[in-house]
Design a protein around this ligand. Structure first.
Ligand code: SF4
Length: 699
């Protein structure tokens, strides 16, 4: 522990990394007050991406880690599911009961009846992904991690061939920074740090493109609001103008793109007038945006997860990345397009994930379809056995999964055994048979990678956990022993696993990482900017996207891949409004929550107020609805009640509900995800959380 502690201004400072599901993965300096108390959390000033800046909700982390409602003892349910009736039991009894339930389910239907389920409540590689080692060692049903990234990653890789791109710190070197599909002020504040630096030091323009006037748009020089799911149309019209007005870099295109002539011909009909009808943007706005890009080749496109939360999201991501190629921006410092750096870390995760004991013939279930799966639908179960036992870590599907009508019905099954390992009594934990208390990131050792930047960071145990909390790694090891799972990783400490993983992935060992605090894993300029060619077989950027390429495309609905556009286009796969359901609902992230995390802290709850649907005043007037009225929102998946908030910063016919509030915060106990769909989109699944047609009326 002491190796990670320094003294500053008379305070003991521990170094760490933010574990939350946020591309910033901030390097942290934590005031350590005693063996079990922290003070304020700060951003590390000497980390070149964090640059001393973190979000307010993590700065006040003491409120979360020392929350009086932390789970501290294992518990067994004593009343009906969801009743909240539990009694404390010992760790041995709890793990014995979980193991017995898993072995019984296995005896009835085989190991695939057990489904370990997790996600990104922590992004630490050991604590998040170690559950996979248990899954693989026991041949339990695997989990397709579709809920967040599967509509984004194939989109960016479709053109460049690689999940990587120009150094995100180079936003500060751009003449134009385009923040597209991410409300960075709410969700990854460091993007703003580097974009604002470009404006301050170079006079750069910040363009922010989204579906409503977010705080990020308010800070931008050029805010752009378009209809949800129409980014592909905007990208096509911009490229149409770039070709039309002589801004296409033909020398670059001939050397580094697959079919620029074909793209130019294809875009002939994708005019600003065509895009205006689809996006809702005025023609002049599209023209001037294209002219700005044309005049500034050194443009950095920072593409976020937001615009991929649509059934056509992957196609839209690809279309946006094509603009940088038409402009020939990629070879310039401060130019190109970036989404994530997932490919640069080249991890050997065989010890963490247990890849070396994985059997590829074992069933893998789509995590986004947890509702249909738990309610016994045949197709998402691939005709195999029902799921009868689950271990859930790092996620709260009773709140965050789509199609909650089915999710809630599934968790209510009497023949489903559920163990939830959690930090708080979430709504999912309330449905569990056994609840286990989990450590938070400052209470265990873990390894982190930046998605939105290039650092590898170590987060050591800085304080003792309250009560009898155990880490995910400890719980997995305890269960493995009881169910007869064998792998060398179960008997190792988290630190030993981290050290082995670093060294076998080609990075310095843990001792070095601890001393240095982070590793800057940024590839060299030429690799990051694809100056010698893109990561495709012939080195050319693909305007023609090969959507059949992703390895997991068995999770896309039938026909969806064949329907996806070959060249960039507006892909008409979204839930367009109808006469019966004339509104389109976007479920956007809130500033003070992170998915369901932080909904338990008093300050975050107070700052967010209450759930509200943000509606254009003219749409509200047409419904004869006033500010504060209770509205009914519904579609074929469910109905919810929510307060009305007037909001002029959105196109007519589009409504926004920020944040995933707990279900009980809504008048009738039904949260926003009762309206979102679990139907998978191409090319490899994923949830279109911002793509829901609904009806609205006064309650
Ligand atoms: S900005 Fe993101 S990574 Fe940084 S502290 Fe906040 S939640 Fe964590």
């Amino acid at each position: 522990m002491d190796g990670q502690l320094a003294t500053a201004d008379g305070k003991r400072i521990g170094y760490s990394a933010c574990p939350h599901d946020c591309p910033s993965t901030c390097a942290l300096s934590v005031e350590v007050l005693s063996s079990d108390r922290i003070g304020r959390v700060h951003g590390a000033k000497d980390n070149s991406y964090t640059d001393g800046v973190i979000c307010a909700k993590v700065a006040r982390y003491a409120e979360r880690v020392h929350h009086p409602d932390r789970l501290t003892q294992p518990m067994r349910r004593t009343g009906p599911k969801g009743s909240g009736a539990f009694e404390e039991i010992s760790w041995d009894d709890a793990l014995d009961e979980v193991a017995e339930a898993f072995l019984k389910a296995e005896a009835r239907h085989g190991p695939e009846a057990v489904w370990p389920y997790y996600f990104a409540g922590t992004m630490g590689l050991v604590m998040r992904d170690g559950i996979n080692r248990l899954t693989h060692a026991k041949k339990y049903s695997g989990m397709h991690q579709s809920i967040c990234t599967m509509l984004a990653w194939p989109g960016i890789a479709a053109g460049t061939g690689r999940l990587a791109g120009p150094d995100p710190r180079e936003m500060a070197d751009a003449d134009v920074v385009v923040i597209w599909g991410t409300n960075a002020v709410h969700t990854q504040v460091n993007v703003m740090t580097h974009a604002v630096k470009a404006r301050r030091e170079r006079g750069a323009k910040i363009v922010a493109i989204d579906v409503y006037e977010t705080p990020t748009l308010k800070q931008a020089d050029i805010p752009v609001i378009l209809r949800p799911g129409t980014d592909g149309a905007l990208a096509c019209a911009i490229m149409h103008v770039l070709f039309r007005d002589g801004f296409a870099d033909w020398d670059y295109l001939h050397r580094f793109a697959d079919d620029p002539k074909g793209l130019e011909a294809h875009l002939q009909t994708r005019t600003p007038e065509w895009a205006s009808r689809i996006t809702g943007m005025p023609v002049e706005e599209i023209e001037s945006l294209a002219a700005l890009f044309g005049a500034h080749k050194r443009t950095y496109f920072r593409l976020g997860y937001g615009f991929t939360r649509q059934r056509n999201g992957a196609a839209n991501m690809h279309a946006a990345s094509c603009i940088a190629t038409v402009m020939g921006s990629w070879p310039l410092k401060g130019g190109g397009a970036f989404h994530t750096n997932g490919a640069i870390f080249h991890w050997d995760k065989s010890l963490i994930d247990g890849h070396d004991v994985r059997d590829d013939s074992v069933r893998v279930l789509d995590m986004s379809k947890i509702g249909p799966i738990l309610t016994g639908e045949t197709e998402p179960l691939f005709g195999g056995p029902p799921v009868e036992a689950m271990l859930i870590q790092n996620t709260n599907p009773m709140m965050v999964a789509p199609d909650l009508t089915k999710v809630h019905a599934g968790f209510a099954r009497d023949d489903l055994f559920v163990c939830v390992h959690e930090q708080f009594m979430t709504q999912t934990a309330q449905m569990a048979d056994i609840v286990l208390p989990a450590t938070m990131f400052l209470e265990h050792d873990d390894l982190y990678q930046g998605g939105g930047h290039q650092h590898i960071l170590f987060g050591p145990k800085l304080i003792d956990a309250p009560g009898a909390c155990r880490s995910n790694h400890e719980v997995i090891g305890g269960l493995a022993e009881r169910v007869g799972a064998e792998h060398r990783g179960f008997g190792m400490t988290a630190r030993d696993i981290i050290d082995w993983t670093l060294v076998n992935s080609g990075w310095p060992n843990l001792e070095t990482l601890e001393r240095e605090r982070w590793i800057d894993a940024q590839p060299d300029f030429d690799t990051a900017h694809f100056t010698d060619g893109f990561a495709t077989p012939d080195g050319k950027f693909r305007f023609h996207a090969d959507w059949s390429h992703p390895v997991n495309n068995r999770f896309a609905p039938n026909g969806s891949i064949e329907d996806m556009p070959d060249l960039p286009d507006h892909f008409e796969a979204i839930e367009e409004a109808t006469d019966e359901m004339p509104f389109r609902l976007v479920t956007a992230p809130a500033r003070n929550f992170l998915n369901s995390s932080f909904t338990e802290t008093t300050t975050s709850r107070a700052k967010e107020g209450r759930p509200a649907v943000m509606m254009h005043p003219e749409d509200a007037a047409a419904l004869d609805a006033q500010e504060g009225d209770t509205m009914m929102l519904g579609n074929n998946r469910g109905e919810i009640k929510i307060a009305l908030r007037h909001f002029a910063g959105v196109r007519r016919g589009v409504v926004i509900v920020e944040s995933i509030w707990p279900n009980e915060a809504f008048e009738d106990g039904k949260g926003i995800n009762f309206l979102t769909g679990a139907d998978a989109a191409g090319p490899q699944g994923g949830v279109a959380f911002h793509d829901n047609r609904i009806w609205i009326r006064k309650a």
